[in-house]
Design a protein around this ligand. Structure first.
Ligand code: HEM
Length: 161
């Protein structure tokens, strides 16, 4: 992952790939959210302890109503990040939001390495959700949008520490 301020080229085609696939996936957002979360826990089972609504819960994962919002946030914010990257060349989440996100994640005990886990889970989920659209170019577009957003959150986590 590069630095937040680095202006990288994000093309109209890349933006279109991200939006086209999200448009298809959001129809199944409940199923998608669960898959995304299961993949995160498959790669890093200990991550369960980070989520206040999971660690002491006896509700089976697939029935936990709080699971969906985080997954949807990650997908939607990555899409927004893609749009902004194309328009402005950098992530421009409103500063107060980014600060809050940095603080929330820092307080929850999230570290930079966790973003690698969610990125892998994100890419795998998309690949399985839209196999007919999936391509190296689509992977690259999601990866770029994710990395820039993740870097922006990570640098706010450092400010919160
Ligand atoms: C909370 C987005 C990555 C773990 C949140 C919230 C949002 C969000 C919008 C709610 C914020 C609030 O209530 O103030 C994102 C985005 C990510 C990302 C866009 C990546 C691009 C991660 C990663 C982890 C993580 C890598 C660790 C595995 C958490 C936890 C909470 C949280 C533990 C608090 C949930 C709770 O206990 O209520 N995230 N997140 N997030 N996120 Fe993330």
């Amino acid at each position: 992952m590069g630095t937040t301020l680095e202006a990288r080229v994000f093309t109209e085609d890349q933006e279109a790939l991200v939006l086209k696939s999200w448009n298809e996936m959001k129809k199944n957002s409940a199923e998608l959210s669960l898959k995304f979360f299961m993949k995160i826990l498959e790669i890093a089972p200990a991550a369960k302890q980070l989520f206040s609504f999971l660690k002491d819960s006896n509700i089976p994962l697939e029935q936990n109503p709080k699971l969906k919002p985080h997954a949807i946030s990650v997908f939607m914010m990555t899409c927004e990040s893609a749009v902004q990257l194309r328009k402005a060349g950098k992530v421009t989440v409103r500063e107060s939001n980014l600060k809050k996100l940095g603080a929330t994640h820092f307080k929850a005990g999230v570290v930079a390495e966790h973003f690698e886990v969610t990125k892998l889970a994100l890419l795998e989920t998309i690949k399985e959700a839209v196999p007919e659209m999936w391509s190296p170019a689509m992977k690259n577009a999601w990866e770029e949008a994710h990395d820039q957003l993740a870097n922006a959150i990570i640098s706010e986590m450092k400010n919160a520490s």
